[in-house]
Design a protein around this ligand. Sequence first.
Ligand SMILES: *[C@@H]1O[C@H](CO)[C@@H](O)[C@H](O)[C@H]1NC(C)=O
Length: 364
Amino acid sequence: MLWISRLSGFFSAAMMMVVLSPSFQTFPPAEAIRSSQMDGASPRHGGVGNSGPLLQLSFRRAPVFGNARECGVPGQSRPGVCDPGLVHVAITLDLVYLRGSIAAIHSILQHSRCPESLFFHFLVSDTGLETLVASTFPNLNFKVYYFDPDLVKDLISTSVRQALEQPLNHARNYLADLLEPCIGRVIYLDSDLVVVDDISKLWDTDLGTKTIGAPEYCHANFTRYFTDSFWSNKQLSGTFSGRRPCYFNTGVMVIDLRKWRHVGYTKRIERWMEIQKRERIYELGSLPPFLLVFGGHVAPIEHRWNQHGLGGDNVRGSCRDLHPGPISLLHWSGSGKPWLRLDSKHQCPLDVLWAPYDLYLRSF
Ligand SMILES: *[C@@H]1O[C@H](CO)[C@@H](O)[C@H](O)[C@H]1NC(C)=O
């Protein structure tokens, strides 16, 4: 019976609202986050009584997705975060990418055989998003974790794309500390992607002795992810000696949190971020520290799990094509985002693949 409601796929209109701060309207999105998080003055969105023009976002309520018969009957009550047999997924939620995160969650639920066995871990730096998620996805198992932007405020430097230096981008470095100690494995996903396959297949990835797994791209020119001053400093670049590092995208990772905690990888990442503050060893945001720490020690995952780059060029807006091969996950990494392009009627051909998961109603 549950799967019937899953198939019905019809959206009952439910109004969910987030009240955003006035600053959100007067700055481009990336600026808004920066200005309000960096100066730390006021929370990014207020509730009733906030003065000034308010931007309100509303989302349709997603259908209820139920387990298929072979998943086993879920218990009477919702599973607890430490219950065995759950698939754990971590995603950030912030006001700028909210529409993307909601679509990502929707896509995961829709393609999952056992959606009631999924548990979502949401990393937020804003308040109020919990209510919105709960009303958009009835029956969703989730927990919200507050990520304090101050944790990384002193560690991040300005990068080519300002959006890459949002503190919340670095929340993935802290999953092992933020999530419940009982969680031994998590799938980390960016907010600008949709999953079009059963995520439990990704969850079942064998990491071997490795701490993280991700699709690797060994043909990419690894050199260009770091500055000349990094490569010419033998003490720094020597970190890669004896390794054969390949580029990987940190937007899709399977992480063994127990190994991570045991080795203390968060500190290792922070150490590189501190070096970056002093010496400028890379240009991009949260990615290079991962390459430095894990490059050459990544459990390879099939490329179908990260068809990345669909956002297009970092500098000018351009459309990308799919890489050859099967597809389980579409990732609009790069500067363009499908929801912005669809709204502006300048969409790329592949953006229509994102649209079916969009639950956004309107802002007013
Ligand atoms: C890789 O990139 C570096 C720096 O941009 C460049 O100097 C080098 O020639 C490139 N190597 C290849 C094989 O393309």
